[in-house]
Design a protein around this ligand. Structure first.
Ligand code: ADP
Ligand code: TRP
Length: 317
């Protein structure tokens, strides 16, 4: 088996939340110790975010923030290549090439597209094409493993399909990637019980202040009919073992306030060191720029080599 290549990305669309962390970002950091020999690429997918963030100042801010977040959770630019999608033009170029070999009905089966359509949203071509750009992100690096949350599983399957289709038309060019989902986390629920998501306004931000944590936890929707507030418990499960949880929730049946206060303590104890590390890193904004620049150089090297191979395969070079 050839070398393991791990790649993933997060959209700079808003502050990341604990769902992003436990569902995806935490694994990125763990790989540095569990997969020291694998190559690792972690992106800020700004061109994907452009579907929703259409304000230059905001785009700049979210991008910088996410780079800082990546560093603050412990990603080490010496072990992992951190870069911005828009710094590597091969991504959009390859997405176009893929566009020519896949069909509209095929893309219309994507969950994200169907959800948007069901909500009668005016869907941009970029949103429709989202899985194609994501396939290019993944396939350009010979990626073997894509650590993501459950909601992205279908997108990784799209990239496999697209790789297979390309290979069958133009000859063996792309490696088929595998998604890697943390099963026991799967989907982290938000404070309203739906999936925690930047777009639902139901998040607990990853670098939240104590006040923000308190406000979010106090806002967790509880069903007053039951002894155990399931939404509180589900979020609590990220911070305590099942045994500890059972003991705590059994001892405090129906005492929502006490349980919420315990959750605030646990979240704050977890976030505090991250918050402090982030504040420290924020003292040196030039370092963030430098990390992304270095990442772009490394990523471009890899992506360009693959793109040349692709161009030869399709006959434009
Ligand atoms: P959001 O849905 O909040 O906009 P993104 O689409 O930017 O988040 O997702 C970034 C990463 O975080 C993806 O790998 C995604 O699967 C993961 N993720 C997002 N929300 C959750 C959640 N509630 N639980 C687990 N993982 C999540
Ligand atoms: N679609 C992913 C999300 O919403 C972000 C993403 C873009 C991504 N390109 C990727 C994730 C490549 C993994 C690999 O979270």
């Amino acid at each position: 088996m050839s070398k393991k290549i791990i790649l993933s990305g997060v959209q700079p669309t808003a502050r990341p939340h604990i769902g992003n962390y436990f569902g995806a970002m935490k694994q990125f950091v763990n790989f540095q110790t569990t997969q020291p020999d694998a190559e690792k690429f972690f992106m800020i997918v700004d061109y994907h975010a452009l579907n929703t963030v259409q304000d230059a100042a905001q785009m700049k801010q979210f991008t910088y923030d996410l780079a800082l977040d990546y560093l603050a959770i412990g990603l080490d630019p010496e072990h992992s290549t951190l870069f911005k999608q828009s710094d590597v033009s091969a991504h959009t170029e390859l997405a176009w090439i893929f566009d020519t070999i896949i069909t509209m009905p095929y893309l219309m089966r994507a969950h994200a597209f169907k959800d948007a359509e069901a909500k009668n949203k005016e869907i941009s071509v970029g949103t429709f094409n989202y899985p194609v750009l994501m396939a290019a992100d993944i396939l350009l690096y010979g990626t073997t493993t894509v650590p993501v949350g459950q909601d992205q599983k279908q997108h990784v399957e799209y990239s496999r399909d697209i790789a297979q289709k390309f290979n069958s038309i133009f000859g063996e060019t792309f490696h088929l990637p595998e998604p890697m989902i943390m099963e026991h986390v799967g989907t982290v629920p938000g404070i309203d019980g739906r999936k925690m998501s930047k777009s639902y306004n139901n998040t607990i931000p990853l670098f939240a202040t104590r006040e923000e944590i308190t406000k979010a936890v106090m806002g967790i929707v509880t069903d007053s009919g039951s002894d155990i507030p399931t939404n509180v418990r589900a979020i609590h499960a990220l911070f305590k073992s099942e045994t500890e949880l059972t003991a705590l929730y059994d001892a405090n049946k129906g005492k929502y306030k006490i349980l919420k206060e315990a959750l605030i303590e646990d979240i704050d104890a977890f976030i505090k060191p991250l918050r402090e590390r982030r504040a420290e890193l924020a003292q040196d904004p030039d370092r963030v720029a430098q990390v992304l620049k270095q990442g772009a150089v490394r990523a471009n090297e890899r992506a360009q080599a693959k793109l040349i191979e692709v161009k030869k395969a399709i006959g434009v070079l």
